[in-house]
Write a protein that binds this ligand. Structure first.
Ligand code: SF4
Length: 193
């Protein structure tokens, strides 16, 4: 079996979706075999693509606020692995909305990467793409229902909405997220780290 370092080198050389990526391949992910927390999001935006640093944008700021983690801890890959559903920026649709993560990515790489992360105890499934892939039939009808049932996926998984600023209205409509879920999330993450 390849080491995680050599597998990540292989991933970073991947050009499978080259023809479909408006800015070309630039896989953005990070992981060390010692990591205990795994964050699975969607796909890089343009700022993440430019810098090569995952969650290096306003969504990342909000995610760190949810977790109450500073940047140094959040980016300590010996403790936190960050592996999105699609590793490269997928572009936008005709209305300017984000395209979904490239489907090739998870099927090609995820199982091989997860096999080399044996110490992961908690996986945050951020957004519906990660929830569809990892919860499968255990996922409820809507993303809101799935997140609201977060306790049912413990201890291995915890579903979250995407922390995009576009979801601010969702957060306002679902006050249980801040009052009940976030304290539980913070406790579990801080116990783990
Ligand atoms: S999105 Fe994934 S599969 Fe596609 S080129 Fe990037 S790393 Fe390869």
């Amino acid at each position: 079996m390849a080491s995680l370092a050599s597998l990540l080198r292989e991933v970073r050389a991947c050009r499978v979706c080259d023809a479909h990526l408006p800015l070309g391949p630039r896989p953005v992910l990070r992981a060390k075999a010692t990591a205990r927390l795994l964050i699975i999001g969607q796909a890089p935006g343009t700022k993440v693509h430019e810098t090569g640093i995952p969650w290096n944008d306003r969504s990342g700021d909000r995610l760190r606020e949810w977790l109450q983690l500073d940047r140094a801890t959040f980016y300590d890959e010996t403790r936190i692995a960050i592996v999105p559903m699609g590793f490269c920026y997928p572009g936008v649709d005709a209305n300017g909305g984000d395209l979904p993560p490239r489907r090739e990515c998870a099927s090609l790489w995820h199982a091989r990467i997860m096999a080399l992360l044996p110490r992961i105890e908690l996986t945050l499934l951020v957004g519906s793409y990660a929830q569809v892939h990892y919860l499968r039939e255990r996922r409820l009808e809507s993303m809101t229902d799935t997140v609201r049932a977060w306790r049912d996926y413990a201890p291995a998984h915890l579903p979250l909405p995407h922390p995009s600023w576009r979801n601010t209205a969702w957060l306002r409509r679902n006050p249980w997220f801040e009052s009940d879920l976030l304290p539980d999330l913070r406790q579990r993450v801080h116990d783990l780290l």
